[in-house]
Design a protein around this ligand. Sequence first.
Ligand SMILES: C#C[C@@H]1N[C@@H](C)[C@@H](O)[C@H]1O
Length: 441
Amino acid sequence: AIPLQYGAQYSGKRTDDAMNKWRSNRFGQFIHWGLYAIPGGVWNGKTYNYAAEFLKASANVPSATWDSLMYQFNPVKFDAKQWAKMAKKMGVKYMTITTKHHEGFCLWPSKYTDFSVAGSPYKKDILKQLVEAYNAEGIDVNFYYSVLDWHHPDWRNDIKSPQDSVAFKRYLDFAYNQLKELATNYPTVKAFWFDGTWDNSVKKNGKWTYEVEKMLKEVSPGVIVNSRLRADDYGKRHKDSNGQLMGDYESGYERRLPDPVTDTAVTRWDWEACMTIPENQWGYHKDWTVSHVKSPLELLEMLVHTTSMGGNFLLNFGPTGNGDFRKEELDIATVIGNWMGKYGDAIWNCDYAGMKKEDWGYYTKKKNSNQLNMVVFNWPSSGLLKVRTPRGMVLDKASFVDAKGNALKVEEIADNQYLIQVPVKLYTSPQVIQVDFHQGA
Ligand SMILES: C#C[C@@H]1N[C@@H](C)[C@@H](O)[C@H]1O
């Protein structure tokens, strides 16, 4: 192995209470909210199709002009309690909020910058209201923090001169102080979601990334840090120069999921996929006709797919500049919430079942139980669901979660091969079959 000072600190999955809770949560709400929500992808009457939170770059807006949006930030419809109630009904167990996105605007009154809610007509601490409202609903709150900062004069994409080094050192001190401020002032935060760490300037500062993670875990014992923060001694990210995952979980799955047949290696570590409802809009965009918008059932299948591979699914919402949600997002929250209300037990506290993927859908397995869930998306015209079990696993009985009393016919047709007979009918949403099993000889 290559000797590293700033490589992975451990291998395998954390098994402490904080990580076990993070893992059992499975379904989270991502919220991207900042000044970009005010123009919503439109600048000087022109609609830009690229991600709305990148509008400053897409429309080539001068910094002084963009930063003056702070004086328009006054979300009169913002109601943290209402947001938290919607999230609770949707069935999420955690929420990740952009404390500061690439634009540098802070949703909390940071003492290290004037570019925050404190400088806006709104004035109040948005983070505080969200943390209190979501925690009151029993939902954990995690902080997204962009290391990349278009506003801060000392930010550098790369270090090409001694002057760059001096300036970037000031920037890194600023970011370190902000992160310590967040961990100290919001002690119930459960995880930090780092983004904007792809530039050479950060890759050349693996030591700083190591020290940030160390500080956060000292200030907030048990806190969880995603793999995007760290760079090792050689600038390697996510996995260090010895191929070991850095941080507490892999967070490279952005708008994509691992393949349930070829990518099962991902089940060896903790991971999370984050997902947009349109093709690629994280911040609020006025015009969602610019791309495909995923339906509730497309997103529900992604949630089940992710759980079936032992990952967390973080679904993104982009509130408007006024602090309310668009109708498509409210509808998705309702449809997914209705399903989770009936079948959430096949998601929460469930994990990879260690079984071969079948065409009809996905398996999830309740932690520390002999309860296997079959979430069926593709109903077989044959009325037969094929199940291949690992050696020694014997199926005992199967029934719809909605009809526990009516046992389904389970036929063992060969060693470790079963067929479960189900009615042939059209269902309009995925059905869940619960299977009890035991470990045989
Ligand atoms: C690129 C990029 C960023 N990473 C996603 C999580 C969003 O924050 C997007 O702006």
